[in-house]
Design a protein around this ligand. Sequence first.
Ligand code: SF4
Length: 331
Amino acid sequence: MAENTKIEWCDHTFNPWMGCTKVSPGCAHCYAETRMDKRLHKVRWGKGQPRQRTGVANWKLPLKWDGEAQKATGAFDESFFNQAKLSQKRPRVFCASLADWLDHEVPTQWRVDLLNLIEQTHNLDWLLLSKRPESWSARLHEAMGGGSELARRWLNGEPPANIWVGTTVENQLLADERIPALLRIPANVRFLSCEPLLGPVNLSAIPTGEGHGLNEAFPRITMNPLRRALRDAPHVHWVITGGESGPNARPMHQDWARSLRDQCAAASVPFLFKQWGEWRPADDRDSDRPHWVGIPDGSEEDFSDSPMVRVGKKAAGRLLDAVEHNEFPQP
Ligand code: SF4
């Protein structure tokens, strides 16, 4: 449940528990469910099914990684922490690949223990990705009630320096719902995982939610959460994009990925193109292969202007218009 990972944008994955409930189209072919429920029968997926906490030895691994990172970078002190908090030298830990850290069906004590572990591991940057960013406040209040000092400070507007908080955005509908919720979370680094990307996403008119709760008649302010980087307002610092992999993978139109790339470039926001997934755009090599020109689930777009071929994740690779995009937030 903890491992050196093959995920391009982190150094380790850590799973404090396993199990989840599907919440949106990106969950349709959930890799974690396929592996841990259907194949290995370690946990049952879905609402009302008990989640499985991982073992004591697994929970010790981040402490080991933290010790290794400290040896590599020198003794911890406050100035180092502040200066190096976004450095590429700091190992990044993805939490969690087999669950959602804001899942409300997880016992509060487990989340308290996770936040305590994060607090103890100053030399690691924790990437907390969720499809439930709107529930951050409720889950943190529960954790604070359970004794988490980190949760108390975070709710008080003091985001932990070693947490990057992210949300998954599969299409425009979810961008409109989840990005405003993400922007409401106090954070030093916020990121979007646009994977599996199932439709076009225009970030120029995301409702930020400003004014909500103050006055129902207050007009919604629309603003590009990338361009907000140019002023002192909550914004998105990093965008990861990728297509779906696995047996039933849906294709990603190349224009959807190009558009996110170009929006990030225009706003000077780092962009990482993780993978095409199972499908890549057809080219001269593919005259004998069957092409996808249909309409994937969760999208109104068709592919007749850009046929896709299924070649497998490895062969599809991660070049977008012949370029590898590997950008990260910088200190
Ligand atoms: S939120 Fe993540 S772990 Fe949970 S069902 Fe969806 S894809 Fe799977």
